[in-house]
Design a protein around this ligand. Structure first.
Ligand code: 5GP
Length: 385
């Protein structure tokens, strides 16, 4: 609708390769010579999370060069801007695209250690270069219509299980590029693979260095034991949380951390039955509402989230952030996710505005320390006035 397109929106859970422009994906798949039977999945309806992961496999086989990563990053920013997204944290798993033993960077161990890190570092640089080409230089960077964009680096569960170096490399890279556009870490990848011990140490190391962390949590049934560990770790944000037990639901509500919720992704991958049964509704009853003004009055010199928390006093509940997850895979831009939330849960336009505005409190920007973050936050803040 016109309203949800015009609404300034904040995207905090979008995977770079899952957000690839569809026309670009078709072209790259053809250029990469993906066999027809494999490429067919790109046109099929998704009915499970595992099918979504086969889709990512085809994307990763199609995207072969660093220049393509740069182009994809630039196009994703352009597409987000066209959809009215004013701030985005895009996440991606650094992959070595050069390793000859491992052309797709998928799984198999690479021969020489040094190459791995270099290849992954080049990946990070390539994404940031794409963001830079989108943003332009000098004054153009802070043009009001630009989508302010930052990068989160993802630890892939399956790869972290195969090689302890994987999680360490991601943390090293995030630390190295933290003032150059990387604002935090993500844990994602096939939720049926890997276990907490495969990344725990590195997550604690990242946190001790001040990196912000978001975790894909409770995406599949029977993940209670892992969820307990995640709650104990207490990350800065959670993604999905589809299968929380009652006890964990209460704990998460009490913790008050922002939740990244992806309606269409969860419905199409069959993690929730339909929109009406999405846990957004359950959490929304407790979510802090009508906080307009609270966000506006932030002293940008200190942590927005802390101020937000204290302005909420004793109230429980989580800021809810509507997100796309993989807009290429699931075919739904953020404006559509807002439209679906409005229609399914009976939100007024005012409610939707508050929901969107509140997402600002959940970013990983660090305006107290970084001048660039302060500028971005100010630009975004103005969009809500
Ligand atoms: P990339 O990290 O290559 O930019 O984006 C694609 C990757 O993001 C996938 O291979 C997968 O590791 C991760 N990803 C995308 N969507 C989901 C999701 O819904 N759940 C989980 N756990 N991981 C996802």
């Amino acid at each position: 609708s016109e309203f949800t397109l015009a609404l300034p929106k904040i995207e905090l859970h979008a995977h770079l390769n899952g957000s690839i422009r569809r026309s670009t994906l078709s072209r790259l798949a053809m250029e990469a010579g993906i066999p027809e039977e494999e490429a067919r999945i790109l046109k099929e309806e998704l009915k499970s999370l595992s099918k979504a992961f086969s889709f990512f496999g085809v994307i990763h086989k199609s995207v072969k060069t660093y220049d393509q990563i740069t182009m994809i990053a630039q196009e994703v920013c352009e597409d987000f801007e066209a959809d009215g997204v004013v701030y985005a944290e895009i996440r991606s798993t650094p992959r070595d695209l050069t390793s000859s033993s491992n052309p797709q960077g998928e799984g198999k161990e690479s021969g020489r250690q040094g190459d791995q890190v270099d290849g992954k570092e080049r990946y990070v640089q390539s994404v940031l270069k794409g963001f830079d080409s989108y943003l332009g230089s000098g004054d153009e960077r802070s043009r009001r219509e630009k989508c302010q964009v930052r990068l989160l680096l993802s630890i892939d569960r399956r790869l972290a299980r195969q090689d302890p170096k994987v999680a360490r490399d991601v943390v090293d890279l995030a630390l190295k590029y933290r003032d150059k556009g990387v604002v935090g870490l993500d844990l994602s990848g096939d939720p049926t693979k890997g276990g907490w011990e495969d990344w725990e140490e590195q997550l604690f190391r990242a946190r001790s260095q001040g990196l912000k962390i978001t975790l894909h949590a409770s995406e599949v049934p029977d993940s209670d034991a892992e969820m307990a560990k995640m709650l104990e770790f207490d990350p800065d944000r959670y993604g999905h949380c589809c299968y929380l037990s009652d006890d964990h639901f209460k704990k998460i509500r009490k913790g008050g951390k922002p939740l990244e919720l992806c309606l269409t992704s969860n419905v199409l991958s069959n993690s929730v039955k339909d929109y009406a049964n999405h846990h957004f509704g359950k959490h929304y009853r407790f979510a802090p509402k009508a906080q307009t003004g609270a966000v506006r009055e932030f002293n940008l010199g200190s942590s927005a989230l802390e101020e937000f928390a204290s302005s909420r006093g004793e109230s429980e509940g989580n800021p809810l952030i509507l997100c796309t997850d993989d807009s290429a895979v699931f075919g739904s831009p953020l404006s559509q996710e807002y439209r679906i939330a409005i229609e399914t849960f009976g939100l007024s336009q005012r409610d939707a505005f508050h929901l969107s505005e509140q997402a600002m409190t959940a970013t990983f920007l660090n305006p107290g320390v970084s001048e660039a973050d302060r500028t971005s936050m100010e630009i975004v803040r103005q969009k809500f006035q």
